[in-house]
Write a new protein. Structure first.
Length: 268
């Protein structure tokens, strides 16, 4: 089932969620150390706090990322929990080597679920497809809406963003705009975004670069606020702080609203 333009426009206000990203760090020790590192393997484990805007002491959610590797297969579990430990949302990402295979989003707060799977064609590798599926009620099996589109280069999910920034670091530092496609499961499609250098500053006594991410389409840019990433200027260019839309939502009365928050990563 294809998604109509009218349904896309209705859901754009709540559909866009970057969630949390991780950044390359020091290589882990442990299993399979004889294998070449994968692009999205590090950090094997990372946590963060998600705070209310303008109130870094008001903890709303906790985040954790855990990566497990078996051969060339990398499985990433990303969980968002309340301060008391109860889960609010969960994401599962699977890579084969450095290629994305699947992405699953469980919005436990609202009972929704979505996924994107990459289907390749050995006879036409350039025509790989993204198969989208999303339902507002995960308990209704077989009722999900579906859509598909051709996989384009630089198509990302949130777990891939940090490595994407590092791979384009020199261009971003020079002020060059860098573009990507970002998967938005509730919209059953990818959306274009542009990164650019916003400013240089210091954060906790270290030099940082502030990167701005905004929708490439003027229509979507008018509906979704820009996102800002505070990144170490020096290698390994870890994302230290992130301001903008995140995966878990915030309850207001009897309704769940999209959350624009401040995320601070716990690099040790």
């Amino acid at each position: 089932m294809n998604v109509t333009n009218s349904s896309r426009s209705r859901c754009v206000l709540w559909a866009f969620t970057i969630g949390l990203i991780a950044a390359p760090g020091r290589a882990s020790t442990g299993v399979e150390t004889n294998l070449s590192p994968l692009k999205y393997e590090e950090p094997r484990f990372l946590t963060a706090g998600i705070y209310a805007p303008g109130a870094d002491t008001n903890l709303l959610y906790k985040f954790s990322r855990q990566a497990t590797r078996s051969g060339k297969t990398l499985q990433v579990l990303r969980e968002y929990s309340y301060p008391d430990g109860n889960l609010a949302a969960r994401e599962r990402v699977v890579y084969e080597g450095d290629d994305l295979v699947s992405y699953v989003l469980e919005e436990l707060q609202i009972g929704a679920r979505g996924q994107a799977q990459i289907r390749t064609n050995s006879q036409a590798p350039a025509r790989a497809q993204i198969l989208f599926e999303y339902t507002k009620d995960a308990s209704l099996e077989g009722k999900a809406k579906t859509n598909s589109e051709t996989l384009q280069s630089e198509t990302l999910v949130n777990d891939m963003l940090a490595a994407f920034l590092v791979s384009h670091w020199d261009a971003l530092l020079k002020g060059t705009e860098v573009k990507c496609r970002y998967m938005v499961l509730p919209r059953l499609e990818t959306v274009g975004f542009t990164f650019r250098k916003s400013s240089e500053s210091t954060w906790k006594e270290r030099p940082v670069i502030i990167l701005k991410m905004e929708a490439t389409s003027p229509i979507i840019a008018a509906l979704v606020e820009p996102l800002f990433f505070t990144v170490e200027k020096e290698a390994p260019h870890r994302v230290l702080k992130y301001v903008g839309r995140t995966t878990p939502k915030l309850k207001s009365g009897h309704k769940w609203k999209d959350l624009d928050a401040v995320t601070i990563f716990d690099w040790r």
